[in-house]
Design a protein around this ligand. Structure first.
Ligand code: IPE
Ligand code: IPE
Ligand code: MG
Length: 239
């Protein structure tokens, strides 16, 4: 590809927001919205390869989402378990490599077991790299990375002189992923809610009003298509 050709986003990250409002607008419990939202994921995953998107990262549960009612949290955890069980074969067959980011310590063991299993099952796939952020928070991730880096120094395996952005990034959950080119948030909120703080330093953002359960592959394709018209400067001045 030449320098002048505008490439599409290689890595798209999505803050899937608005499930609760979608359900409430219909007079239904919030969990009903989460189920509807989960059903949307497949369509977006399937749309990626044809759009040239090689990495898709989705925000499923934040480190702050534990503040919700016990019923909602439990319902979400059970939804994640069922989702993994239901979709595992499909994802595997489609050539999707699945990874999870976030702190697994607080998650229930039977969910973590399913996450590990799915990662292992799809480890040889390469058609699309799907990363699910579950109990993920950007500050938490950077803090955990700093803690592990400090430990390496304490053990004498690294020197404080080795600490630069590249070294720190090697300790992040996302260490094998490229930075996101485009971050999409649904539901009309224009904030990032602790998502990929470090990695999105130069991402382009797209905030859409659509509630996540209404987000279609067509809207996704439109946003991805429009990305090529953005001018990314990364702090430099255009030649
Ligand atoms: C996003 O939808 C899903 C999660 C945070 C788990 P919300 O549950 O935040 O829906 P709203 O924002 O309340 O409508
Ligand atoms: C962000 O949405 C987290 C996920 C989509 C999983 P929230 O609904 O939790 O964010 P806030 O509370 O509106 O900032
Ligand atoms: Mg929300």
């Amino acid at each position: 590809m030449s320098d002048t050709e505008a490439p599409g986003p290689r890595h798209v990250a999505i803050i899937m927001d608005g499930n609760g409002r979608w359900a409430q607008m219909r007079g239904r419990p919030r969990l009903w919205g989460h189920h509807a939202g989960a059903r949307r994921v497949r369509e977006i995953v399937e749309a990626c390869p044809a759009l040239g998107v090689r990495y898709l990262t989705i925000f499923a549960f934040s480190t702050e989402n534990w503040k919700r009612t016990q019923a909602e949290v439990a319902g979400l955890m059970s939804l994640f378990r069922r989702y993994i069980q239901r979709e595992a074969q499909e994802l595997f067959q489609a050539g999707v490599r699945v990874r999870f980011i976030g702190d697994r310590i607080k998650l229930e063991p039977r969910l973590v077991a399913l996450m590990d299993e799915l990662e292992l099952l799809t480890a040889g796939n390469d058609a699309l790299h799907l990363t699910v952020a579950l109990n993920y928070g950007g500050r938490d991730e950077v803090t955990r990375a700093a803690r592990r880096l400090a430990y390496e120094i304490e053990q004498g395996r690294l020197s404080h002189r080795d600490v630069d952005a590249e070294t720190l990034a090697r300790f992040l959950d996302t260490h094998v992923l490229p930075d996101p080119d485009l971050v999409i948030r649904t539901s009309g909120e224009a904030r990032i809610s602790n998502f990929l703080l470090w990695q999105s330093a130069y991402a382009e953002y797209e905030f859409v009003d659509t509630l996540w359960p209404d987000f279609t592959a067509a809207e996704f394709a439109r946003i991805v298509g429009a990305f090529g018209r953005r001018e990314r400067r990364f702090g430099a001045v255009r030649a």
